[in-house]
Design a protein around this ligand. Sequence first.
Ligand code: ADP
Length: 487
Amino acid sequence: MKLVDDAITTAGSLPDYFVIGGKLRRADEAITVLDPGSGARLADMPMGTPADVDEAVATAKAAFASWRSLEPKARGKLLWHIGDAIEAKRDPLALVEALDTGKPHKDALASVDRTADFFRYYGGMVDKLEGTSIPLGEGKVCFTEKVPIGVTGHITPWNVPISMVARGLAPALACGNTAVIKPAEDTPLSTVLLVQVLEEAGLPSGVVNVVTGAGSVVGQHLCEHRDVGHLTFTGSVGTGQLVMTAAATHLASVTLELGGKSPHLILADADLDKGVSIILNGAFKNAGQICSAGTRLLVEAGRHAELLDRLARAVQDMTLGHGLTNPDMGPLISARQLQTVAGFTDRARAAGADITTGGNPASVAGYEAGFYFEPTIINDVAPDSELAQSEIFGPVLSVLPVADLDEAIAVANHSDFGLAAAIQTRDISKAMRYARAVNAGQVFVNGYHNAGDTVPFGGMKASGIGREKGLEALDAYTETKAITVSY
Ligand code: ADP
């Protein structure tokens, strides 16, 4: 396929290895990585083993002493320099990311930019990780220090691979920790390349290691490893529970960013001229494969018919295609995910759902073997139904009519999840009432995903534990040591 072949040539060769202590490692067994846009084979990545994980953790452990004791200013400067090195590799990294995930090329470029920014942001924090002084009276001095944990494990998902690695890795390194990464089976390529960029920029070998392979083998063993002090995981609720259970066997701390079914409330006074694109962006960005996607659209009586009509017309104009052609929406990640998403719409259809638009796998000319699904809107979804309760992780927007703000708050909170929530209204009092009342780690008013990467992000209830991004993320990668001196 010419488009794909040209992109690979431009990006340079794709990796067929992982990296431990700066050394490229291959294995007898491989996982085939596909281009979701064409279904074609992209690369064969090594199937790591528990022994590889042991070696990676031992390497990270050995690198810890000198990394943690590097002068903060020097560590900060290096992380900032890494940001620049990532930016210098922006084009090849984004091409690989677009190929591996299927996302539109412009979104892959944005992901690489965010990756660079994570290193700069946390690089700027290295010499500001201050402790406190606690008054204990005459004859004593008491102060606290923020100390690194040691080896941190990072298990990442397939939807936004490169920037999700960075959002955990950058604060972990800033605090003086070392790391072992286990990327998702479907999308390991950019992570391996990123580790090489870090080392080329001057990061000592062994500070960051990556082992590719099966989650149930490499991921599980990393979580169970007694020398891993903290685990950062982004993925499904069920796997998050396995990670936490394994971490509990040796009392490692965890950051878990899990699923969501985020409510997006449109009050009758909302500015729909702006609102329609905000809704579609919130629901269909990355083909809906975002944990914090706004997938439950709560619409106040009065604007329901008008909004539905405007959404349906806007969806008709959306382009679907291979990520490298820069469409509005790319494919889903895999045939398995396509089947999962189609399962939800098939069951809904069988139960008599009112499908406004979409609801089926799609075919893109020239890319018939790609994993495409139509942007889908389903009307009059009942708050208790599967479509309102389960995370679909695809481009499926459920519309739930509500009578007023009070009912909307009740419906919004009727969920196991609590990752994000949004409201569109011109009434600031209603916006604030909603923002305070919803159970969600982030709330967006008159926008969606309008916060950015310096704002704490994470979930309540089944959506997770802990916060990533912003200064709060640093808490996960340090422990407080209190030192008391009697004199
Ligand atoms: P999905 O089912 O959509 O692939 P997961 O939550 O299972 O989502 O995957 C997220 C990450 O967790 C991936 O890197 C995957 O390999 C990893 N993973 C899967 N199973 C385990 C496990 N038992 N322990 C640790 N990591 C795992």
